[in-house]
Design a protein around this ligand. Sequence first.
Ligand code: NAD
Length: 446
Amino acid sequence: MTDAYTRFVRSGPGRFIASRAGLPRPAPLPRRGDRPEPVLGPVVVLGESEGADAVAHLLLSWGADVRRRFEELRTVGSVVAVLDEVSTPSDLGRILLPLAGAMRSLAPGARVVTISRPARGEDPARDAARGGVEGFLRSLAHEMRGGATANGVLVADGVGLDAPGVTGALRFLLSARSAFVAGQFLTVSREAGSATGDAAAPLAGRTALVTGAARGIGAAIARTLAADGARLVVLDVPAAGTELSRLANELRAVPIQLDVTSDGAGDRLISFLRERSLVLDAVVLNAGITRDKLFANMTPQKWDPVLAVNIASQITLTEALIEAGDVLGDQPRVVSLASTSGIAGNRGQTNYAASKAGVIAFVEALAARLEPVGGTANAVAPGFIETEMTARMPAVSREVARRLNSLQQGGLPVDVAEAISFLSSAEAGGLRGETLRVCGQNLVGR
Ligand code: NAD
């Protein structure tokens, strides 16, 4: 789905006019169908630590064309800068500056990924170096061209660079699955999780529930999880029953018509699962609504349903699933839908932003609640995604929202779905209470 402006500036006359007038010229973003291989080669691994050697070996085991220098390379597909042992800010230039000379050789859709450790407030020089990686990466991401992206993995002290979460995050960020993720960090805080047996079907043998699955992002999540091998339970309101049945038939999924805000929704879901002997390995809390109004015009009719669907239902459903004791699998993954509005706020969305900021705090607390059973909870915060929800925005605000990110375009529902698939996987166990933005490095917020 390409918007009309993007189609125009990719046409002959449009390209000429846009280049003369300095207008945004969004590049095509390769997605998994365009680029199925896990790593675009050749991949250059920068860094001098044992961790850098281990990452180079990992990439070799994935069949990548791995180099340790840029020398003689005319095109570079990916760069992984391993900065796990930096101890003073002057270490950064030694490892990173070789990339400066290679920036113009990056292929369309290239990937740059840093691997570093988070600052801990203990060692001033080391923390300055570690913090410096974040500033570097976020700025570099704004300078990427041709649909290329830059992102980082932060690995807590004590967690090895070979932990499942690090491997999974690296695989996700290097692949075309992270097409609309730019300027972001994923923090791996635990060794927990288990390696993926089959990278082509990372969710094989797992059962996932997706709420709000009848259309939009929810339908894309269901399709992507199914393509990754999951068995699905798809949920939506009775009014969306026809679309839900169609999707369930397409994916051989089990449909359940349920309003997540209705009284006893949790009990009905649990009975439904028990009757069919279904045990959930992943729960994707996607159902969401907007009722935008300036706060001066806000009423309970606009406020209450947004808080009820977007956050209160998530609390009651997850609480019921945990309390039931027999409907969640080992090491369950909960993934919830936040929004960049919940991070940066948005005019006319006090109700929506309250609910989505609530989601961000909720997953942190829920991750702690699930930790004793080896489970985890995380959120994905989409920026501007091309769906029916955003198609209803006023035309000018929609066009501005679409361009205000490093990739100068809206994302697709599948981009959100890809991030959710990774966070639903067995590998993602070391990521706890994270909120991953899928926003093309939207200029709002951090
Ligand atoms: P959408 O309106 O296209 O789809 C939402 C789905 O949720 C619908 O199928 C709807 O029937 C279902 N739903 C609503 N209330 C429900 C209830 N009470 N019980 C069960 N199902 C219910 O929206 P979308 O754009 O696909 O958004 C999906 C999620 O992503 C939402 O949580 C939304 O807040 C979030 N999000 C979207 C964007 C975007 O740009 N589209 C950006 C940030 C966050």
